[in-house]
Design a protein around this ligand. Structure first.
Ligand SMILES: Nc1ncnc2c1ncn2[C@@H]1O[C@H](COP(=O)(O)OP(=O)(O)OP(=O)(O)O)[C@@H](O)[C@H]1O
Length: 378
């Protein structure tokens, strides 16, 4: 997250003026409405994430803001219409970008740097994107991730105040993505305003100060990731992979939770009101807090339902996305506590809780918050 207060610009604009403004922007390609009255405002020094399904209009909005397509409505960039912006101040990584294939990464950065009045030192730029070691290879021989990082280098060679990154990490492996994330964080810390489009919700949640979700050419929600998650992300959930996701499991577990007979000492409270719903591999308990996991395990045992693994997670930006786009829920593999009954499969990701869970059918033990709880027999 960017917490830097950028220095006052020297071009007559104020630091408090928005860097990007789009008002009621419309764009059609024949019968296809790409933008349908989209509004956007990005302030100085923000990392702003633009998310939305394929075809929602993200790239068209970036093109409107970079002056590479004509649109109806109001568009201002750094206080002026996009085509009047000093190119020295703007960097652009388009979604599709094919630089000359028989130039090396170093030659490409040199070449693009030569297009500006002043440019950063090529070696420093190559280091920033993690391409110093491969700088002498022809572009066409680079891997997909190396190519994308080289393209990012050409977008930052002019040390822009405003940087557009349209899907910068597509096709990049996790290590390459991390290096791009760190680069964006460094640029933001130096006061660069960044507009980022991405389909990777974890990336946007990590990097963006604010986010706008586009759907059918219009912004349907915007705000800080935490605020969007609180408003649209739903409740924490415990995903249960069942040994045999048979019909009736959901009702049986819901009944056992409601009956509250899951523990002899009566500790059946799972924290908040919960709902149980089916999933492809088993079921999901919505509204359960970490301290309630043991009660759910007890309910599974009471209902005679054997499970293979439990995964607890808090709502994320991905849930906001799924809620607001109306797309099907797809269980995440990275949603926090991921545990299997073998005892070898615990993979904590972004979770605030880690537990090891045994197979109820085997009477395994459950460790919840450090306490060993009897897994019970199913
Ligand atoms: N040059 C073009 N000619 C015709 N239709 C276009 C053109 N560019 C975009 N469109 C259409 O406009 C709509 C919005 O496209 P756009 O590329 O802006 O979406 P996007 O949100 O960036 O999608 P993606 O996530 O797939 O990149 C889509 O229906 C697309 O097919």
């Amino acid at each position: 997250m960017n917490e830097t207060v950028p220095s006052e610009p020297t071009d007559g604009t104020n630091a408090t003026d928005p860097v990007l403004v789009a008002e009621a922007v419309r764009k059609s390609y024949g019968d296809v409405v790409a933008l349908d009255g989209a509004d956007l405002r990005v302030d100085t020094g923000e990392v702003f994430g633009l998310i939305g399904p394929n075809g929602a209009g993200k790239t068209t909005l970036v093109r409107a803001l970079t002056g590479t397509t004509e649109v109806e409505g109001g568009v201002h960039v750094l206080g002026v219409p996009p085509r009047e912006v000093d190119p020295q101040r703007v960097g652009l990584l388009p979604q599709s970008f094919d630089p000359p294939a028989r130039l090396t990464a170093r030659e490409l950065v040199d070449y693009y740097g030569g297009l500006y009045d002043s440019a950063r030192d090529t070696e420093g730029v190559l280091r920033d994107v993690g391409m110093a070691a491969d700088a002498d290879a022809w572009y066409e021989t680079l891997s997909g991730g190396q190519k994308r990082r080289t393209c990012v280098a050409t977008a930052i060679v002019n040390d822009p105040d405003l940087l557009f990154l349209d899907e910068p990490t597509t096709g990049i492996d996790p290590a390459g993505r991390r290096s791009i994330h760190r680069l964006v964080e460094r640029l933001a810390a130096d006061g660069t305003t960044v507009l980022l489009t991405s389909h990777a919700m974890d990336e946007v949640e990590r990097l963006a100060d604010r986010v706008a979700l586009l759907r059918d050419g219009d912004v349907v929600a915007s705000g800080a990731p935490d605020d969007l998650i609180a408003a649209h992300g739903g409740r924490p959930r415990l995903s249960v992979t069942l040994a045999d996701p048979a019909a009736g499991s959901v009702d049986a577990v819901a009944g056992a939770l409601e009956a509250g007979t899951t523990d002899p000492d009566g500790s059946t409270n799972v924290g908040t009101r919960v709902d149980v719903e089916p999933t492809e591999n088993g079921l999901r308990v919505l509204g359960v807090r970490p301290e309630g996991i043991g009660a759910v395990v007890d309910a599974l045992a009471d209902a005679g339902v054997a499970f293979e693994s439990l995964s607890w997670s808090e709502p994320t930006l991905e849930d906001v996305y799924l809620e607001l786009t109306g797309e099907e829920y797809s269980p995440r593999g990275d949603g926090g506590l991921v545990t299997d009954s073998s005892g070898n499969g615990t993979q904590p990701a972004d979770a605030s809780t880690v537990a090891e869970v045994g197979d109820v059918a085997d009477g395994g033990d459950v460790v919840d918050g450090g306490d060993v709880v009897d897994g019970g027999d199913a």
